[in-house]
Structure formats: C-alpha cells, structure tokens
Write a protein that binds this ligand. Structure first.
Ligand SMILES: Nc1ncnc2c1ncn2[C@@H]1O[C@H](COP(=O)(O)OP(=O)(O)OP(=O)(O)O)[C@@H](O)[C@H]1O
Length: 311
C-alpha cells in the first residue's frame, strides 16, 4: 500500500539528503514504527507519503497512486485516504470535541445525518464518550490526542500516519495512545507511526523501520527500539511469501496493478459527497492479541537487517 523505490529527498539549499535511496514496502493493514534520532528523516518520510514534499529521485506509490505522476488536482483525493496525527494535536481551540471531529467530515461535504451518526461512534471508539461538549483546554494531553485521532479516523481512511503522537505525553498515557492506534490498525487501517518513544516501541513488538541520517538501516518484524550505538547493517533483500494462514487480500501489488487502489475521483473518497457510507467498524478490544487475523498483502520484499559490526 506504501512503496518507496530508491527514494532520495534532498531539500533545496542542502547538501546531505534527508532521505537517501530508501526502499520500503508497507503492505495494506500493517502497523509500522519509524524510528531514528532527531533529523534522521522520519517526518520527511511521512511528508513524502502525504505528497507534502516531492521526492528528488525514486518512485513512491501510495494507495495505488504513483505520486510523481499524480496531478495536483488529485492530491486532495490522496489526502482523504490518509489520516494524520501530530505531536502537537492541532485541535481548533474554540471548537468543542464534537465540532473538532465533525469538522473533518464537514470539509468532505458529509451530510448532517452522517456526521450525527459517525462522530459519536468515533468518539466512543477512542474512549471519549461523554466529552463531546468540552473544549480542548478542558482536556488532558492524552484526551486531546484522542480527539485528534478521532478526527483523523472519522472518515475511516485506509492509512493513518502518526508523527510523534506521544511526544508530549507521559509514558502511561503514551502507551494508551499507541494501543488505540493498534486497535484502529486492527480494523484494517495501515498505521505508520514515527517516534522516539523507546518504551512504547518495545512494548508493542511491531515492525520497526530505523532511519539513520536519512538511510534505512534496519527493518525488523516485531522489533524493538535498540538504544545506544546503531549497528552498521547490511541490507539484504529477500522475498517472502504470504504466510499460509494469511487471508487473501487484494493488495494491488500482487498483480502489479496499482489501479486496484485507485478509487479515482474524489466522490468515491470516504465521506465525500456521493460516496457510499462506510459500514460501521467493529473494534476489537484494546490489548494485544497475537492471534488476531491481520490483513497482509501477498508477495512483498522486505529488507532484512543483518548486523555486521558494532560501531
Ligand atoms: N524544509 C526543510 N528544508 C531544509 N531541510 C529540511 C527541511 N525539513 C527537514 N530538513 C532536514 O532534513 C533532515 C531530516 O529532517 P526530518 O524532520 O525529516 O527528521 P526527523 O527524523 O523527523 O527529526 P525529528 O525527530 O527531530 O522530528 C534534517 O537534517 C533536517 O534539518
């Protein structure tokens, strides 16, 4: 669902690339952490997925769209498929919790009936039922972040990007936020979370993609956030087949047909005028469940980190 092929991003008037020849594939329905020290390129990676920045070299596919070839007029439709959560919440300070979340649907032209139904459902999902009338300053940081997640998820986007969503929160609250993202992931939404948060990364045991000065240095299933010196790695491409018990999910990469993701015009975007209403999402309980069925694409390339020496 998200594919980077030899992607380099060099900002104007800089010499060192913010991302340097990055190859990456995040299949539909995956939860992936992107870790690395400050300046390693995490936010740049997120911005490239959103097409807030353009790659200097390489190819990026997101939800079936080749971003280099995506005309400007189709960028809003791309962004409707991507919910975003940030460290600083970015709530509208003079609007209530309900209004903050409803606003995301209003700008998509959703009907009042849909807003009246979907916003309370979503607030309940994120654990904020009963807080609809509060203003952001009447909420804790964790609650504000839950509002931001509700706003990002209210139109049920297939992709959720979270850039340091726990950066302003204490460890317990952070874990609750990541568990909420995990819960959203289990509805089928791909979640990519950039973070420095060692504790939550280690607690979740998800895929961990590590950047170091723009270079993808390791990519591990059920990884942890190794602190201290970053091992030098050799990236080894491998092809791994779909696990025997994984469901067949049309992925668009299986047959190389990006049109499988291309929902075409904005009218088909979730929440857009004329779009069929989404069925309500049944959320599994919060908590880890290793046996939970995971939507996963078919054949995919994975970079396997092989430690060659310590620095
Ligand atoms: N708009 C920009 N113009 C020039 N250089 C930039 C710009 N944005 C980021 N950079 C540079 O690109 C590199 C990667 O920055 P980026 O913000 O992606 O890192 P990060 O891992 O998200 O860092 P942090 O954890 O501090 O947010 C840094 O060297 C940064 O200075």
């Amino acid at each position: 669902m998200i594919l980077f092929e030899n992607v380099t991003k060099t900002y104007p008037r800089t010499t060192r690339p913010a991302l340097d020849d990055v190859n990456l594939e995040i299949p539909r329905g995956e939860f992936a952490f992107v870790v690395g020290t400050s300046g390693s390129g995490k936010s740049t990676l997120m911005q490239l997925v959103m097409k807030e920045q353009d790659a200097t070299r390489g190819r990026i596919l997101v939800a079936g769209r080749d971003l280099d070839r995506l005309p400007e007029r189709k960028v809003p439709a791309l962004r409707r498929e991507i919910g975003c959560v940030f460290q600083d919440f970015r709530l509208l300070p003079n609007k209530t919790v309900f209004q903050n979340v409803a606003y995301a649907l209003q700008v998509l032209g959703s009907s009042r009936a849909r807003i009246r139904q979907t916003v309370p459902e979503t607030l309940e999902l994120v654990g904020l039922a009963g807080m609809e009338k509060r203003l952001p300053h009447q909420l804790s940081g964790g609650e504000q972040q839950r509002v931001a997640i509700a706003r990002a998820f209210v139109n049920r986007p297939p992709i959720l990007l979270a850039d340091e969503p726990t950066g302003n929160l204490d460890p317990d609250t952070s874990l609750g936020i990541v568990q909420l993202l995990d819960r959203i992931n289990r509805t089928g939404t791909t979640v990519v979370m950039a973070t420095h948060d060692t504790v939550t990364v280690n607690a979740m045991r998800k895929r961990v993609i590590r950047l170091d000065r723009g270079v993808l240095v390791s990519d591990m299933e059920a990884g942890d956030y190794t602190t201290g010196s970053i091992p030098r790695v050799r990236l080894e491409e491998e092809t791994s087949a779909r696990p025997a018990d994984a469901p067949e999910v049309p992925d668009g990469y299986d047959d190389g047909d990006p049109a499988a993701y291309d929902h075409g015009d904005a009218a088909q975007a979730p929440g857009a005028p004329g779009a069929p209403d989404e069925p309500s999402v049944t959320m599994p309980p919060i908590g880890r469940d290793e046996d939970a069925p995971r939507a996963r694409g078919g054949i995919f390339r994975r970079h396997k980190a092989v430690q060659t020496s310590d620095r």
